[in-house]
Design a binder for this molecule. Structure first.
Ligand code: KIV
Length: 287
């Protein structure tokens, strides 16, 4: 694949204006970032979902800024050209505007991110506006916002009822007015996503399980490839069961080591005979 150009806000908005959907995936490590970059993914999100997919917690709340920066740096090294978003972890922006600016700034300065994402609607609009004023592009996140899963009653569809749907539409408007260049809608009914997409003037909408009408689509990488063992969300399409391929390989490795069929000569290194003879002599001299 030929070297791609660096994604920029103008290039992303042009894609949207030309009617081309935006592709977005989560990513947390260097080798996966290399593959995603080669595939031409437009936007990579270093999501705090790494708390579950990489660190094995049962939610995202334990994830720290240090975790996020470390993984975002690795992803940036593997994907120098994709638009890279650092996901603001729990309590890295909720306490105050200043906290939000300081932590978002770390994603930009220490990890080479192009933007950050934060969860929440009108109640977080002041944080988002302050980031934008500081020169940090910010993406909003509405619908199922995992950091508030407890308040939302778990990992479930949001906006099925008319009142809740109206609230999400109002939140999207507030975030756009605050300067969000994009809003992620997670697990919102397709018709509500369509309304928000049609009303968006200065920002583009990305869907995660919210249907086909958005300007772009996001999937969680580990769901796409059967790499998260605990559950598979309904909205995820499994493109290949890499988890099974890896499990089969691991089972075979254990069997081969146990059965002494691994390693074979091509898996180890040999010494020339004359060096071996000399080596044995040296050992004898020492005794
Ligand atoms: O952390 C993440 O990967 C996310 C997605 C669930 C949108 O925020």
């Amino acid at each position: 694949m030929s070297e791609r150009k660096k994604a920029t806000l103008p290039s992303l908005f042009k894609k949207v204006a030309d009617g081309h959907p935006i592709s977005m995936l989560t990513c947390y490590d260097y080798p996966t970032a290399v593959l995603q970059e080669r595939a031409g993914i437009d936007i990579i999100l270093v999501g705090d979902s790494l708390g579950m997919t990489i660190l094995g917690f049962d939610g995202t709340l334990p994830v720290t800024m240090e975790d996020m920066i470390r993984h975002a740096q690795a992803v940036r090294r593997g994907a120098p050209n994709a638009w890279l978003i650092g996901d603001m972890p729990y309590m890295s922006y909720q306490p105050s505007i200043e906290t939000a600016i300081r932590n978002a700034g770390r994603f930009m300065a220490e990890a080479g991110c192009n933007a950050v994402k934060l969860e929440g609607g009108i109640e977080m609009a002041d944080r988002l506006a302050a980031l934008v004023r500081s020169g940090i592009p910010a993406m909003g996140h509405l619908g199922l916002t995992p950091q508030s899963a407890s308040a939302l009653g778990g990992f479930r569809v949001q906006g099925k009822g008319a009142l809740q749907a109206k609230k999400i539409v109002d939140d999207a408007k507030a975030l756009e007015e605050a300067g969000a260049y994009s809003i992620l809608l997670e697990m919102v009914p397709d018709r509500v996503c369509k309304v928000i997409t049609e009303r968006a003037k200065n920002c583009f909408i990305i869907s995660l399980g919210s249907g086909p009408y958005a300007h772009g689509q996001l999937l969680i990488y580990h769901d796409m490839f059967g790499l998260y063992p605990n559950f598979k969300p309904k909205m995820a399409k499994v493109y290949a069961d890499a988890g099974k391929v890896i499990q089969d390989g691991l089972n075979q490795y254990v069997a081969e080591v146990t059965g002494r069929t691994f390693p074979q000569p091509e898996n180890w290194f040999q010494m020339p005979d004359e060096e071996w003879t000399r080596f044995c002599e040296l050992l004898e001299e020492k005794r």
